[in-house]
Design a protein around this ligand. Structure first.
Ligand SMILES: Cc1cc2nc3c(=O)[nH]c(=O)nc-3n(C[C@H](O)[C@H](O)[C@H](O)COP(=O)(O)O)c2cc1C
Length: 358
């Protein structure tokens, strides 16, 4: 079966976005069981734990699911760079009553080790974000029995993924919550709206396209399919779901968000990501280009974000959310997926009636 046929065989062409820090196995299983496709964010899964995590999903659903890795580069910062970055963060740690952290031994799990473990674990779908695999790495995943999906913010990135042999493209528009996938150009050149991105990737690349960014309900699902997407990937729409693990402080901030509340910021992680604007985002705005690259800054702010969460203080947390977050609502993830698909079908029927008028 081709990847296009696999997507076509899904009762509901809605993929739940992998969301590191906001969703894990329960949401993945719930969405796959409901007829969509759940995706597990495995960025925080140690290589040695990967087989058990994937086997557990396989045991809990016969339906297809995906596992996602963030492709963190193996950066080795100079001590002076770490000192400067920690000095910038020191007032924030002090405000939380914490000492500035020591230099960490490690900034993220080793991507090559995670990839090797994931390839051995052979999930039905493996997706990748922040960089691109080599053709040999894609071949190894195929040999193991996994479809490969590459995340792209631009048409050039979609073409690059097609060239290394990916089976599908996740086209992530600038509306998207969380980290953005850009890896060929800077954030400015990679900030393309979902409408424009999906239609131009569809035209440029002969692979299934999964539309992501700003899709929050059945209207968005129908619109993305009309633009030529084979399926959609929704993240922010699940942030208030029963299975979400982002916790009460983040969820309260989402529920209380004012209009147009999100910004792209590099300050938390060293890579542009979209979330609610808070004091950290505002006050670090002019410094954000100076902070060390992902995953270094991400690791250096980790204890700050965790302590703020513990203290119930949303002003120093990374409150990832997409531009359309005001449309998010509560519910069981499986029920949400079914409801959005029913809405999409109604929207399509209403459109068919409207466009049939002469
Ligand atoms: C809290 C959060 C965490 C995310 N974590 C990941 C991740 O681990 N891997 C990934 O490829 N994308 C991640 N994303 C991006 C999503 O895959 C997707 O592109 C995005 O949610 C789509 O836009 P939307 O939020 O408007 O639905 C994350 C998004 C959010 C909101």
């Amino acid at each position: 079966m081709s990847f296009a046929e696999m997507l076509e065989s899904l009762p509901i062409p809605i993929l739940q976005a992998p969301m590191a820090g906001a969703s894990f196995d329960a949401m993945t299983v719930a969405v796959s069981q409901a007829g969509g496709m759940g995706n597990l964010a495995a960025a925080g899964v140690a290589p040695e734990e990967m087989p058990a995590v994937v086997d557990d999903l396989r045991a809990r659903t016969d339906a297809p699911f995906g596992v996602n890795l963030l492709m963190a580069p193996p950066l080795k910062p100079e001590p002076a760079e770490l000192d400067a970055a920690l000095a910038r963060l020191a007032p924030w740690y002090a405000e939380l009553g914490l000492p500035t952290p020591d230099h960490p031994n490690r900034f993220s799990y080793d991507f090559d080790a995670q990839l090797e473990a994931l390839t051995r674990a052979a999930p039905p779908v493996a997706s990748f974000t922040f960089s691109i695999l080599s053709p040999a790495q894609v071949d190894a995943l195929h040999a193991a029995g996994s479809y490969v999906v590459g995340t792209a913010n631009t048409v050039a990135e979609a073409r690059a993924w097609a060239e290394v042999g990916a089976d599908g493209i996740c086209a992530q528009g600038v509306e998207a919550g969380g980290h953005h996938a850009y890896f060929l150009e800077d954030i400015e050149a990679s900030s393309i709206g979902t409408f424009a991105l999906v239609a131009t990737v569809r035209q440029a690349v002969d692979l299934p396209v999964i539309a992501a960014g700003g899709i929050m309900d059945g209207r968005g699902v129908a619109a993305a399919l009309a633009l030529g997407a084979d399926a959609v990937q929704m993240g922010s729409a699940f942030l208030l779901a029963d299975e979400a693990i982002n916790g009460p402080t983040w969820q309260k901030a989402l529920s209380a968000a004012p209009d147009d509340a999100t910004r792209l910021t590099r300050a938390f992680s060293g890579r542009y990501a979209r979330g609610l604007e808070n004091r950290f985002v505002r006050e670090m705005h002019d410094e954000q280009e100076k902070v060390p690259a992902y995953p270094i800054q991400n690791r250096l702010t980790q204890a700050m974000r965790a302590a703020a969460n513990q203290a119930g203080d949303p002003e120093m947390m990374s409150l990832w959310a997409g531009q359309a977050i005001k449309l998010a609502g509560p519910g069981a993830a499986g029920e949400l997926v079914k409801r959005w698909w029913a809405e999409a079908q109604e929207v399509a029927q209403a459109l068919a009636r409207r466009t049939a008028k002469t």
